[in-house]
Design a protein around this ligand. Sequence first.
Ligand code: SF4
Ligand code: SF4
Length: 463
Amino acid sequence: MAITIEKARPRQEEPGDPNSKPPPIERAHLPPEEPSDPKFKQPGPEVLRPPNLGRSVHVVGPVININMDKSPHPMNARGELGKALFNYQHNTISHDPLTRVTAPNHFNDKRNFIATVVNQTSKGKVNPERVKVSDPKAMTEHLKAVAYHMGADFVTIAQAHPTMMYAGNRYVQDGTAGDQYEADGPADLVRKFPYLIVVTTAWDYDKLQAHRHQIGDSAYHVSQIKGNMILKALEGYIRELGYTALRGVANPQAAGLAGGMGELGRNGLVINEKFGARIHMPDPIMTDLPLIAGKPVDNGVTDFCNGCRKCAVTCPTNSITFGDRMVFNGVEKFKINWLTCYKLRPYTHEFWSSCLTCATICPFTKPNSWWHTAAIQTLRNTPIPARPVVVKALKAIDDRFWGVVKNKRVRFMGYDTGIKPGEEACTVAGCTADHGAAKAKVEGEVGYYFPLKENTNRFVKRG
Ligand code: SF4
Ligand code: SF4
């Protein structure tokens, strides 16, 4: 049975309205790209050695710290990205009740959206009775165990580096007040708080197959809510141990790469050995709790992306490059066009709010299984010069068994991706009743993922 839905309706806010709060953090796929105010304090000469981010990303020149105020959501909150995007993010109540309580900023009443409540709670005090840490390795294992107990799917620790730090007001996205270290520059913060804890939650694999659909939205946003809760609890745990826990201070992707969460793919997402691209990269926790930092990993993502363009081929907005890595703000990496990716949303929000196509199609995004682990191990254990041959074979297998385009029909609760957006349909197997012209009969296992690539090719040229 298809869910009957009301029309999305507007909420009255205008660009520049002081009561119009920026949406809660949703940074995984919209990395801030604008360098900050140049007068902001830059790393001193003693810290200019670049961080080791692994094979997929290299710091090759001066990095200007990113001002979060110039990141996509705050820019949109000020109306700088156009009316359509502003109205989508700030004036649109979703017709779908599940979206209203899971996706940022599409609620009828923001107190019904738990991430608002969790993110905007006041920051707790640090316990003056500090627990002494004589064995940082044991504390690292302990802290990871606590995070896993709280529901995390993958946890890594990175050595903080000034190039990973944000500039400006770091709490701009959750709307809460700053802290006593707000005036410190990146180098000072790194000296005081040397570790970044990256905690992820993974999106459910089966639901994610329904990308560009409310089922996929649900997989994505529910894991985002879980991540918010876990990180808030872990922050509290660190403070109760007597140490500082700062949020909103560092780029989660850089910290994730440095600590071994994964490698950066052509799709602009950190790709993890266990979950592929289906992980959230929320704000890491910066702390002075004595820990041992991890190291970057090499699971062959760099080699795979050199020979694979599945995400670029299927991206409905042509936001992913077919070309090589490029240098942006001193960092060599695959860079997606976040603006064209973001700009699609106002035109699709009746049917979905998070695209996720590039995460779903990626050959690394698979269920946890022995064959997935075996494929990663094979690639990892192959000497780098020989990897292109292995990549070619693995990609051919992926194309053959998992498809070049993802269009599997997914059913979840009353939702069904077999029904074309905007249409009503009968999905009862073997039903012969005449439902009239308004209700189509849906059979087969192919889902309809709006907009189809051929529809958008006309508007967004391939870069
Ligand atoms: S496939 Fe393209 S439009 Fe969709 S989320 Fe990825 S980059 Fe954005
Ligand atoms: S789909 Fe292919 S090119 Fe894109 S991120 Fe995944 S492995 Fe890399």
